[in-house]
Design a protein around this ligand. Structure first.
Ligand code: NUP
Length: 218
């Protein structure tokens, strides 16, 4: 994997063999791989270490439980080779703190707003509170929607030095250049890559859209 890329590929594929095959195809040109329940439930926790042979693996478990359970889940991911973990924040500072403590060297990414329309119902009205609470606890970064540029800019304004990682790209309507321009540091794309006829071509298209923004603006 390479720090020259700002792309995290979401491998929401229910077949471990296909997931490994896609990882092998694209890993040299991406920043990290993200896995979620659809793969983890089929493959088992060992898939984290298997995919780690290609580089950084972020486990998008959106943890949302009491501190003790959060801690058990996070330790499990760390012991199995995870590089990063995604947690919810709405469960409060004690639950978030438990993830951070158990994460050790792993990066913790806190969800403060989501990319689907339902996020407007309960999460978005309190996104800034969630963000401030997460920042106070020294999280590694936040997850914020790459397809909601107004929200993205608000989050960037409040968290000037924050690492912002954005899903909502491609299948959910966002585009990588706009996300980067409006505050994202990294973009997440899943279906637009793994359902493509040419996944590596799609990875390259996103990488080049992102680099043209970075190189024009820096
Ligand atoms: O707000 C979020 N939106 C979102 O899509 C937070 C997420 N973690 N995700 C995840 O990003 C989602 O669960 C999926 O794994 C990935 C986006 O995939 P796709 O829409 O690019 O296929």
């Amino acid at each position: 994997m390479t720090d020259n890329s700002r792309l995290i590929v979401a491998l929401d594929i229910g077949s471990p063999d296909k997931a490994m095959e896609l990882a092998r195809e694209v890993y040299r040109e991406i920043f990290a791989i993200k896995i979620n329940w659809p793969l983890l439930m089929v493959a088992g926790v060992g898939i984290i270490r298997e995919l780690s042979s290609y580089g950084k693996v972020i486990c998008d478990l959106k943890i949302a439980d009491i501190p003790n359970t959060n801690s058990l889940i996070t330790s499990n991911v760390r012991e199995n080779g995870g590089w990063g973990i995604i947690t919810h924040t709405f469960t409060g500072s004690d639950s978030l703190g438990a993830v951070i403590d158990a994460a050790g060297d792993m990066k913790v990414f806190a969800v403060v707003s989501m990319s689907h329309p339902g996020s407007d119902q309960f999460i978005n009205p309190v996104s800034m509170d969630l963000l401030r609470m997460a920042v106070k606890q020294k999280i590694g970064g936040v997850i914020a929607p790459g397809n909601d540029l107004v929200m993205l800019r608000k989050i960037r304004e409040e968290g000037k030095d924050l690492m912002i990682v954005s899903p909502g790209i491609g299948a959910q309507g966002g585009n990588p250049a706009d996300a980067i321009r409006n505050g994202s540091d990294y973009v997440i794309a899943g279906r637009s890559i793994y359902n493509s006829e040419d996944p590596l071509g799609e990875v390259r298209r996103i990488n080049s859209a992102v680099s043209s923004v970075i190189h024009n603006e820096v």
